[in-house]
Design a binder for this molecule. Structure first.
Ligand SMILES: [Zn+2]
Length: 333
């Protein structure tokens, strides 16, 4: 697809990333088909593009592919001088972040575009449709073919990285973007990192919920980092119940590693005990707070680590091997 696909806009990258994320969150490793609704895909689109409609850089013009306003008929582009940017900004000022309670009508609109346009062209090569990834269903949903969901799960990090790299290159290749992008090299960060606004909300709320203690070493906190329990480098979507507070030093030391069993057990306990509170934090911060989803993501992450001989972080000097006990802890066996 990357070699032969015709990428005239960024939505194909978004669609691939959406499929990969949904396969991790809802798929299985048995090679089975996976049916997804256009609304599930639309939700991914709204969240993926949301950050792209925020102002880029300090004192710079607003850059926006303005996805949601593209659906009203205007052309997709990444440029400053467009009405799209204005509209995207208005949407931002109104909702601040993607609020599940407020984006219902937006989701319906996006879902109809996903169905009528995007799904139609992803598998199109030189004008011919080759349905090697999915089949459309008359109900409007799509079914990922046998083995596709498995592959997306197994190679999630690779697919995600390739899609992002190509996405960034696509934006940089557009001449109209050159004056906006300038010499700074933070475009990928701007497009795909966690929203600082969401992290600030989560940090404040977690202090109220968990107290001012480091999740990992248990010592008191002055400065706190918001740590992704399942590392962001492994799974790049923010989930409210995947966040814990940690010392900057503990966070840096754990870095891109999964947490060791003792931490995992505590995290699972907290997931159940504070389910409601974490879901509410998700609503405030504009990220999913669904307990089942984060649990499936963690199960997937530890399973991959187990199969590939990964290690888990216990403390700055101690690591454990991720054995088969880890995934079984998560599935409750
Ligand atoms: Zn600590």
């Amino acid at each position: 697809m990357f070699a032969e696909g015709d990428f005239t806009a960024t939505y194909k990258f978004a669609l691939l990333i959406s499929f990969a994320e949904l396969a991790v969150e809802h798929g299985a490793d048995d090679g089975a088909e996976l049916t997804l609704t256009t609304r599930q895909i639309a939700e991914r689109f709204v969240f993926l593009y949301w950050q792209h409609a925020t102002p880029y850089g300090t004192g710079r013009p607003v850059v926006s592919p303005a996805f949601w306003f593209r659906i009203s008929g205007s052309k997709p582009r990444f440029s400053t001088q467009s009405q799209n940017s204005e509209l995207a900004l208005q949407h931002h000022q109104r909702y601040k972040h993607p609020d599940y309670r407020a984006i219902g009508p937006l989701l319906s609109k996006v879902a109809s575009v996903v169905s009528a346009q995007l799904l139609k062209y992803l598998q199109n090569f030189a004008g011919v449709t080759d349905p090697f990834l999915y089949e459309r269903r008359s109900s409007g949903s799509v079914t990922l073919k046998p083995g596709v969901s498995y592959c997306l799960r197994r190679f999630y990090t690779l697919v995600e990285q390739m899609a992002r790299t190509r996405w960034v290159a696509h934006i940089k290749a557009n001449r109209r973007n050159h004056p906006i992008l300038g010499k700074s090299d933070d475009l990928e960060d701007f497009l795909f990192s966690s929203s600082r606004q969401s992290l600030a909300i989560i940090s404040t709320q977690l202090r109220k919920l968990d107290g001012s203690r480091c999740f990992y070493c248990g010592e008191g906190l002055l400065d706190a980092d918001v740590d992704h329990f399942v590392p962001f480098s492994l799974y790049s979507r923010d989930l409210a119940n995947n966040f814990v507070l940690a010392h900057p030093a503990c966070n840096r030391s754990k870095s891109d590693t999964l947490a060791a069993r003792a931490h995992l057990e505590r995290w699972l306990e907290r997931l159940v005990l504070k389910e409601q509170e974490l879901a509410e934090i998700g609503l405030l911060a504009g990220v999913s707070g669904d307990k089942e989803i984060v649990q499936r993501v963690a199960t997937w992450g530890y399973k991959v680590a187990n199969e590939t001989g990964g290690r888990a972080w216990l403390s700055p000097t101690t690591y454990e091997n991720v054995d088969s006990l880890y995934p079984s802890l998560l599935s409750g066996n």
